[in-house]
Design a protein around this ligand. Sequence first.
Ligand code: 1CP
Length: 317
Amino acid sequence: MRQAGRYLPEYRQLREGVSFAEMCRDVDRAVEVSLQPIDLIGSEAVILFSDIFTPVPALGVELDFAPGPVIADPIRTHAQLKKLRVSDPRETVPFVFEILRRLRVELESRQIPLLGFAGAPFTLAAYLVEGSGSRDFATLKRMLHREPDLLRALMDVLSEMTVGYLNAQIEAGAQVVQLFDTWAGLLSRDEYREFVQPVHRAIASQLDRAAAPLILYVHNGSHVVDFMSDSGADVISLDWRVDLAEVARRYGDRVSLQGNFDPCALEAPPERIAEMVGELAAAGRPARGHILNLGHGCLPSTPVEGVRAFTAAARAL
Ligand code: 1CP
C-alpha cells in the first residue's frame, strides 16, 4: 500500500530534482526505491515502484502527475475512445519489466516475495473521464447514467490493457499481482454488480494464475465485500471500515484477506499500535489466510516510527 510513498525521507531524497514519471522510468532509482522499505521499515514483501497510470500514455492519452494523475484531454466521447490503442507493454513500457527482473534477482536470496500491480478499469476510467482525482467523480457518474455503453466500452479497452500488462509482469517475475480498484466503492451495490463485478471476473479468468495469485483491493468497499469474495481473486484487500473478524467468519473459507489497519492509526504510541496489530491478527485468524497490511497507503505525514512499530509488532506475533 504505497509503501515507498512520501513519508520516507530516503524516498524524498532520491526523488529530489526528478519528476515522478521520470522516477518510474529510471530503472536504477525505481529498483532502489522498491527495496527501501525492507531495511528501513522491515516489510516482508516488496511492491514494484510505479503507478497505476504507467501503462496509460501508451494508449494514446497525454497525462502528467501533479502529484496525482492529471489527464490533458479527458475522455468523454466515442470519437476519443476510438483513437485508443492497446499495445504490447513489453514494447511500450519495457522499463517496468526490467525493474521487475532486477528486483527478482535482488530478492531471491532474501526470500522476499515480489508484487506487481495494476489499476482496475473502473478506477482508471474514473480519472480518464473526470480528468483528475475528485471527491465525488460527478462527471464519471454522469457518463454512467447518460452513456453507460461509452463507459463500458472504455472499460473494455482498459481491461484488455490490464490483462496484457499484468501477464507481462508475471512473466517478468512478479510472484503476486494486485489489482487496485480505489474508486469502485463510490458505486451502489447494483451499480457495482453491473459495472465492476463482471470486469473483475473477466480479468481474474485471463491472468496466469498458476504463476501468481491475484489480490483485489477496493477502497470504501464494505458494502460490496460479498461481490469481492466472489470475484475470482485469491485474496481480497480491505480498508479499515470493514469488520475483519466478520468478513473472516463469513468469507474466510473462500478467500484470503489482506489489511486493514488505518494508516492514520500509525500516529498512535508504539505500545498501542502493537496492541491493535494483535487484535487485527486475532480478527483475521478464522480466515484461510491473512496478510497483515494497512487498509490504504501511507500519507506523506505518516510517522516512520509508527510504520516500524506496525511491522515490528507483526513480526513478533
Ligand atoms: O509504494 C509503492 O511504491 C507502490 C507503488 C504505487 C502504487 C501501488 C504508487 C506510487 N501508486 C500506487 C497505486 C495508485 N496510484 C493508486 C491505487 C492505490 C491507492 O488508492 O492508493 C491510485 C489511485 C494512484 C493514483 C495516484 N498516483 C495518486 C492518487 C491521486 C488521488 O486521486 O488521490 C497519486 C498521489 C499518485 C502519484 C504517486 N504514485 C506513487 C507514489 C509514491 C506517488 C507520489 C509521487 C510523489 O509525489 O513522489
